[in-house]
Ligand binder design. Structure first.
Ligand code: SAH
Length: 249
């Protein structure tokens, strides 16, 4: 019986991979990877390593979770080192917890290797410090995508007191998200930013106000981080990346 490693691949830039993840990828016999994993990371595997794509598009599952679990079970019986590679961090909206529970229930040994989550790294590549003394003493990370694509249950009133609000999977429901935040008292002038394909050579940043988003004026495509908060204003002073091509190839 082999061992399964549930591994975070980081947000996009292949160099944002941990040494621990790299070490286990180099000895992997099989890698099951998701859509948001940068394919360059797969260059690190042995030549005879089996690569299996099990990606899911927003809401649309190419392989249902049950099928992924069955594959993990099958491969753990056939191989020694099985890597389950996920974008960002495996336990941040990555269903890593569900897979860990499945493995434990089935008596399969596993380890979890954390990854750098897009929720934190993507704002950094866009020059947004998510906390800043005097301006933001709290941040929250939420999903904007519930089951069947509708907004998940969110305590909007509680968000009023949070300084920096970070939505993952928030692109398709962005108008409703912005409207709800205004409804509970966030100023319509609050600065926001969408960062598409962050930490990759395709990174694109769109700055606006909460009102612009609520009015449906902002065009953006997934995957993107939707960040709301005064810290967006600090970009002018903090932005450190002029040409992403220079650091991400
Ligand atoms: N486990 C992942 C998140 C998976 S949910 C992590 O920790 O990063 C998928 C969502 O993450 C996307 O819809 C998007 O909101 C965000 N995301 C992941 N990679 C991203 C990237 N490179 N740029 C912008 N957003 C990203």
């Amino acid at each position: 019986m082999g061992k399964v490693y549930i591994v975070g691949a980081g947000p996009g830039d292949p160099e944002l991979l941990t040494l621990k993840a790299l070490k286990v990828l180099k000895k992997a016999d099989v890698v099951l990877y998701d859509r948001l994993v940068n394919k360059d990371i797969l260059d690190n595997v042995k030549s005879d390593c089996k690569l299996v794509y099990v990606g899911k598009a927003d809401g649309k599952h190419i392989l249902e979770q049950d099928k992924i679990n069955s594959l993990l079970y099958k491969f753990a019986n056939e191989y020694e080192v099985v890597v389950r590679l996920k974008g960002g961090d495996p336990f941040v909206f990555g269903r890593g917890g569900e897979e860990a529970i499945f493995l434990k229930e089935n008596g399969i040994q596993y380890e979890v290797i954390p990854g750098i989550t897009s929720a934190i790294a993507v704002p950094i590549y866009a020059g947004v410090p998510i906390t800043q003394r005097g301006l933001a003493s709290s941040f929250v990370v939420l999903t904007g995508h519930g089951s069947k694509g509708v907004l998940p249950n969110i305590d909007w009133d509680a968000l009023k007191g949070i300084d920096t609000i970070i939505f993952l999977m928030g692109v398709s429901n962005r108008v409703k998200i912005a409207q709800n935040l205004i409804k509970v008292g966030k100023s319509p002038k609050t600065p926001v930013i969408f960062i598409e394909k962050g930490t990759t050579q395709y990174q694109r940043e769109i700055e606006a106000t909460l009102k612009d988003v609520a009015d449906g004026l902002i065009d953006v495509s997934p995957p993107a981080i939707f960040l709301i908060g005064e810290v967006v204003k600090l970009r002018e002073k903090v932005k450190w990346l002029d040409n992403i091509q220079e650091i991400v190839v």
